[in-house]
Design a protein around this ligand. Structure first.
Ligand code: ADP
Ligand code: MG
Length: 253
């Protein structure tokens, strides 16, 4: 059975997209049939995986607003076993256009249900907000993966996210669980990073992944080449840690 993981945190710049792209690519590389779903109107996961904007005929907007069949929106990527539902800036309108629609929170769930079992993993990259797009992701997901940046205000805003998760569990998706908390952009040269790790572990305990993603220049360069790190620089530290992380996610079942 396919597992749907939503990568969410309403804070921007915490590593959601970097994690969505590189986790998806590593899972596919390890033999898992994987679908990356980009529901951020910025479309950073789409371009980061190498899909050109002018190449996109239908995107997540068509899926959510016009209920176009998911099979028409899914497209292959340069990586074996990795498919994508791309996003374009058109999706920015969906947040508002969905408002008056009946069952607006379950559009993505409905759209994905016919293909869910055709994949081992479906990874959803959420926008930096707790609006309808993120609610759709949480409603369709089995689990939510929360990237937390190793910085001073790391825990700020997480209570809002956890509250939203609880509301979704209560009203829309009682099966939703927390997949785990991933610490990102760790800088070993500062004491702050270590303090943040301790703080986040105190709060989330065994939910925190053993793998910690360090700051790595190669990881920040890869998106501008339209490549996940395993294709851009397979020998980099960034590639190693995302492979370790993918193994942890697979082991979680
Ligand atoms: P989000 O999707 O949460 O907004 P991104 O994944 O886009 O966050 O990351 C924000 C920025 O930080 C991007 O420019 C990205 O390339 C960079 N970045 C993310 N993770 C790392 C890392 N481990 N090391 C260095 N740069 C990173
Ligand atoms: Mg992003």
């Amino acid at each position: 059975m396919g597992k749907i993981i939503a990568i969410a945190n309403q804070k921007g710049g915490v590593g959601k997209t970097t994690t969505a792209v590189n986790l998806s690519a590593c899972l596919a590389h390890m033999g898992k049939k994987t679908l990356l779903v980009d529901i951020d109107p910025q479309g950073n996961a789409t371009s980061g995986i190498g899909v050109e904007k002018h190449d996109i005929e239908q995107c997540a907007y068509d899926l959510l607003v016009d209920e176009v069949d998911v099979r028409q929106v899914i497209r292959p990527t340069n990586i074996d076993r990795l498919h994508i539902i791309p996003a374009t800036i058109q999706l920015a309108g969906a947040e508002i256009e969905l408002v008056p629609i009946v069952s607006r929170e379950v559009r993505l769930q409905k759209a994905l249900s016919p293909i869910k079992d055709a994949y081992d993993f479906i990874i959803i990259d959420c926008p930096p907000s707790l609006g309808l797009l993120t609610i759709n992701a949480l409603t369709s997901a089995d689990t939510v993966l929360i990237p937390v940046q190793c910085e001073y205000y790391a825990l700020e805003g997480l209570s809002q996210l956890l509250n939203t998760i609880r509301l979704v569990q209560k009203h829309l998706n009682s099966n939703l669980r927390i997949e785990g908390v991933l610490l990102t952009m760790f800088d070993a040269r500062t004491n702050l990073g270590i303090q943040v790790i301790q703080e986040v572990k105190k709060y989330f305990r065994e939910k925190v992944y053993e793998t910690i993603i360090p700051r790595n220049v190669r990881l920040s360069e890869a998106p501008s080449h339209g490549k996940p790190i395993i294709l851009y620089d397979a020998k980099s530290r960034g590639a190693e840690v995302y492979a370790d992380f993918a193994k942890e996610v697979i082991a979680n079942g």
